[in-house]
Design a protein around this ligand. Structure first.
Ligand code: ADP
Ligand code: MG
Length: 319
């Protein structure tokens, strides 16, 4: 029996519900649209991200990982806003209705949705090249969202975790780097990134600005500097490096590799001790990598020597 659109939705997607946030959701999957409410003293925060086969993940990525990652990248965007994620919609374009693939894919979605008590409230299912588009919404207390545009001169710049690992994992998979001892860890960082939702929530009232690192550390830090109309001075020797033997290679990946979904954020010196406590409580490594300065642009220093920046970031429409 071929799977019809209705069967796909009923069998694989209408079950992605934890029944935990149901007070917000008046109507989920099944009607022409969903109906949700937002508590009076909170604002709705909405983001959306698409994953296209061959562009955002290698064609042979497991269906479980595709489902997991499609939700994780959206969770990371809400984390960077300091929002508490609540519900999502799923627009799925599929070349064929393969029951095994759908079971794995919805399993990846379900696992992450359960971790954060998210409800899948609707979507659209069509035939076409494999593409997954998720819209995720969450709540923040009125006017408390963490923006890119509000870093202040004198703030310290911090990042969670380590960047360059996912890009190195991708390079190992694609044959661009020779297999490494930590290869399976790097590939897991690529396929199942850990969105820093809990950290984002705790940064409210602590960080003055925040962004998630999807395009690369330098590229995304530049977004904070530009949006905040200031500059950022980075300390090359403070930046955490992926565990690769060659230091120059590790640095290049750490500075320019995308897809790690860590957070980079700015914090006034007066709140550093509070931040250290948060990092300890959450058991998330946090590193001070630089400071916000008046002079525009992002500059990288090796001790006191200015270092040329490697070409930064992933750009979909570059030549
Ligand atoms: P309509 O034709 O009115 O747009 P659909 O047949 O596309 O309705 O969808 C029926 C219901 O199933 C809707 O509530 C829709 O939100 C939901 N739905 C469709 N595809 C998905 C999906 N991939 N994930 C979750 N819900 C879906
Ligand atoms: Mg529809």
């Amino acid at each position: 029996m071929p799977l019809l659109e209705f069967d796909i939705i009923k069998q694989y997607f209408s079950k992605i519900t934890t029944q935990k946030n149901v007070t917000d959701i008046h109507l989920g999957i099944g009607d022409d649209a969903a109906i949700v409410s937002v508590p009076g003293n909170e604002q709705l925060v909405v983001c959306t991200d698409t994953l296209n086969a061959g562009i955002h993940f290698p064609e042979n990525t497991s269906a479980f990982d595709i489902g997991y990652k499609a939700l994780a990248v959206n969770l990371s965007d809400l984390a960077a806003m300091g929002a508490s994620p609540k519900w999502f919609t799923l627009n799925l374009s599929l070349p064929e209705a393969n029951a095994h693939w759908l079971a794995e894919f919805s399993g990846g979605l379900q696992q992450l949705a359960a971790n954060y008590q998210l409800e899948l409230i609707g979507g659209d299912t069509t035939r076409g090249p494999l593409s997954i588009s998720i819209t995720l919404a969450g709540h923040i207390a009125n006017s408390q969202g963490l923006l890119r545009s509000t870093a202040k001169v004198g703030d310290k710049v911090y990042m969670s975790g380590c960047t360059g690992e996912a890009a190195y994992g991708l390079a190992c998979l694609m044959g661009g780097e020779k297999p490494s001892e930590n290869q399976s860890y790097f590939i897991s960082r690529l396929n199942q990134p850990s969105a820093r939702v809990d950290l984002g929530l705790r940064l409210m009232g602590i960080a003055t600005s925040c962004i998630d690192i999807s395009d690369g550390l330098l590229a995304d830090i530049t977004h904070i500097a530009d949006a905040s109309d200031c500059g950022i001075k980075l300390d090359l020797n403070a930046i955490p490096l992926p565990r690769i033997d060659d230091v120059d290679t590790a640095r290049r990946y750490a500075l320019t590799g995308g897809d790690d979904y860590e957070l980079v954020f700015t914090v006034p010196v007066s709140r550093q001790i509070t931040l250290d406590k948060i990092a300890e409580q959450l058991d998330i490594p946090i590193t001070c990598i630089g400071e916000v300065v008046t002079e525009k642009g992002v500059k990288l220093f090796d001790n006191n020597t200015l270092v040329n920046l490697p070409v930064a970031g992933y750009e979909h429409f570059s030549a």
